[in-house]
Design a protein around this ligand. Sequence first.
Ligand SMILES: Cc1cc2nc3c(=O)[nH]c(=O)nc-3n(C[C@H](O)[C@H](O)[C@H](O)COP(=O)(O)OP(=O)(O)OC[C@H]3O[C@@H](n4cnc5c(N)ncnc54)[C@H](O)[C@@H]3O)c2cc1C
Length: 296
Amino acid sequence: MYKRRQKRGKISIYMYDLAIIGGGPAAISAAINAKITDKNFIWLGQKSQKAARAELVKNYPGLPDISGEQLVWALENHAASLGITQKDMRVLGVYKTGDYFSLLTEGEDFEAAAVILCIGVSSIKCAEGEERLLGRGVSYCATCDGMLYRGKKIAIICHDKKFEHEAEYLFSIAGEVVFSPLYKDCKLAPERGEILIKTPTAFVGDDRLERVVYGDTERAVDGAFILKSSLSPSALVHGIEIDGGHIAVDRALRTNIAGIFAAGDCTGRPYQYAKAVGEGNVAFHSAIEYIAAIKK
Ligand SMILES: Cc1cc2nc3c(=O)[nH]c(=O)nc-3n(C[C@H](O)[C@H](O)[C@H](O)COP(=O)(O)OP(=O)(O)OC[C@H]3O[C@@H](n4cnc5c(N)ncnc54)[C@H](O)[C@@H]3O)c2cc1C
């Protein structure tokens, strides 16, 4: 299904026609459409925490009174029955490189001619200065950037237990750590540094990060690692147009960047399953039209 293009350091890079990013109903819908039309695609996404949470779904056509868990099971089972595999990966950046897009993850990198963003909406809002200082002291990826901070003082803001291995890796590298686990029952503690259970309100610095502000207190640091599942669309794709906190799209679910499409909650309200799966379908068809046009 795919072609290995080259190796960048230890990271393998693969080329696809289409990349689908996200793990919820919108992404599943796009992936099912890609599979049944035999497209060369890759699906990268972390499983949706939100989609299974509905106690009782009364508005999904054809499946009255189903729970969110059952609905997600049905969608995932449909994808699995077609032999579709989802790579459980967090995409950290989408960059235009010539006539295709490069997608960076923690382990492997991918290239695709078109991308569909099905990234949902995050309840974790960016703090002031976070996006401006991304790549200039602020990072979302311990394995990608950790070594830059060997022996230095860093802040680690960890939003989920599943990132504890990344936090431990950073503990082993950094000279001093300000560790903020923002979830319940964290048993980790850095050997060198402190635990500060506060949410950052601002990342401050002119050209580079200089300090992190946590409400009424602050710490001077060389770097800050924010370990969370969802990146904001503008942190993920530089230059993507946002409208009222959502990715701006037209009726064909095209974004302002040719070749990038978006579907589901990330394009705006209503936040509903039927909209998400419908948009996953529309975005897929628009992406395929785009790919056919650039291949001519
Ligand atoms: C409690 C609750 C009850 C609900 N009840 C209903 C209901 O009754 N009826 C109804 O229609 N809707 C309901 N919803 C809404 C419904 O769950 C959402 O509309 C639907 O899940 C949206 O699907 P999505 O694919 O757009 O986004 P999501 O389900 O949010 O999925 C987005 C996915 O993308 C992943 N992701 C994000 N960024 C990245 C990245 N950089 N790299 C890799 N993966 C990434 C996320 O981890 C997530 O898995 C409810 C939601 C909740 C929370």
